[in-house]
Design a protein around this ligand. Structure first.
Ligand SMILES: [Ca+2]
Length: 134
């Protein structure tokens, strides 16, 4: 049985600028995790939230995903979620040409409205809004 479209029971869109580490800690404190975008349906749901909810489309958002543990930052399977599953690498998720500097940037964010909120690899110390799930 597939539960892909039923994964998100609770979503928090947090409009506070924090680093990726602080975003992760804040999600844990809520009893959840940074949102794991594993399916096109999940990506589209988050896109709908941040693009269309008034006041949400003003920043970038951290979601779960990192390549920090990869031996080859450019390898197809370099990007993983905190649970070890691979981050989808298709254009449904990532902006055109991204990840573009994975050797020096090891966190994952949804870009701004201009980039249609597609994924980008970014430095973990950047401050972004963030999305938690439970
Ligand atoms: Ca990048």
């Amino acid at each position: 049985m597939s539960v892909d479209t039923c994964t998100y029971l609770l979503i928090w869109v947090i409009k506070t600028f924090v680093t990726q580490w602080d975003a992760k800690a804040a999600c844990y404190a809520l009893g959840g995790f940074l949102a794991r975008v594993k399916t096109v349906a999940q990506m589209n749901m988050l896109l709908d939230l941040v693009k269309n909810c008034p006041g949400y489309n003003v920043a970038e958002y951290y979601v779960d995903g990192s390549n920090a543990n990869a031996t080859d930052y450019y390898a197809p399977g370099a990007w993983t979620f905190v649970d070890g599953d691979p981050v989808p690498m298709s254009a449904d998720f990532w902006g055109h040409g991204y990840p573009n500097n994975p050797d020096i940037t090891h966190c994952l964010r949804m870009q701004n409205i201009t980039a249609n909120y597609k994924l980008d690899d970014c430095e973990c110390a950047r401050v972004c809004y963030y999305i938690c799930e439970k």
